[in-house]
Design a protein around this ligand. Sequence first.
Ligand code: GDP
Length: 346
Amino acid sequence: MDLAAAVLQGDRLALARLLTAIEDEDPAGLAVLSDLYPHGGKADRIGITGPPGSGKSSLVARLAAHIRRCGLRSGAGSGPAKLAVVAIDPSSPFTGGAILGDRIRMRDLAGDPGVFIRSMASRGALGGLAQATFGTVQALDAAGYQVILIETVGAGQAEVEIASTAHTTVVVEAPGMGDDVQAIKAGILEIADILVVNKADLPGADNAMRQLQAALALGYPEHPAEGHAHHAPLSERESQGRPQPAPPAGWVPEVLATSALKDTGIPNVVEAIDRHLSYLDATGGRQALEARRAEREVEHLLQQRLAEWFHGRLAADRLDEALRRVVERQISPRQAVELLTRELAG
Ligand code: GDP
């Protein structure tokens, strides 16, 4: 049986082999990924991001266990979903401690045949990691994992890019990580559909929640001060009761408290994710996200391919020569690119 068929039939070993091939950018593996592409598109992708130490891995393990017990979509009613976790740490080397830590926290889940866990770390360029992550998620989707939790560390460009491939993005914070809430400092609030203050068992959690609600209130002026979820369409509220033709609905991020340690608040987060996914379904947001994701991915691959094509045709000494002239300020970087492309075109 070929690899694609084995993956479609739920063969875990075949899936693991395919994911390694994708990470290695092995052409045969990438061809299998293309064969599988028409089978995907069904999974709910949930991104979970936030600063290191906020308890993402612990929270992901709790969320996964809860979703396995109770399902994610309240409306679906078809029992627990098959679930995959993709844990990404761009800052750690492949054998890094963070990955080992993830595995230890995930140990309770690892015996569940409905759960697949994959850890990924940086193996070179961050762009490569994002691409490998997209491929991994596509393979898991085609393999029938209905819920995919994508956990990324931190708030760099690659992490935000990876997180934004999700349908629902959860940003995790914790008290006691300095005076300011990290997500506010790092500017990742805008990608959050749901904000979680984890470690609610520790002092300072209330303060962190207040800070997040205050920061959100700046972005959502009509957000209630107590931070309770508000799902009324923004435009409806803005119209002050005047009838509007099919107002586009708005989503106001919720701020929720959890303790992954004490296993509290987890069902609230799962319910909020369910609500956000339903909101996307109801407003056409899911298709819009898919269209954006497709555009970004194709654009990314196109740039990569064009760069390869360009370098493959350009004599190395021509590039060196142009770079030397840029260093000596004979020509500008822009002029160098014009010169090189004109040479190839001519
Ligand atoms: P990550 O780096 O964001 O993935 O965070 P981890 O899940 O590795 O957790 C970092 C540390 O915080 C570990 O020592 C956890 O045991 C601890 N931790 C995680 N969640 C909680 C929580 O809800 N309360 C408390 N007190 N500690 C927690």
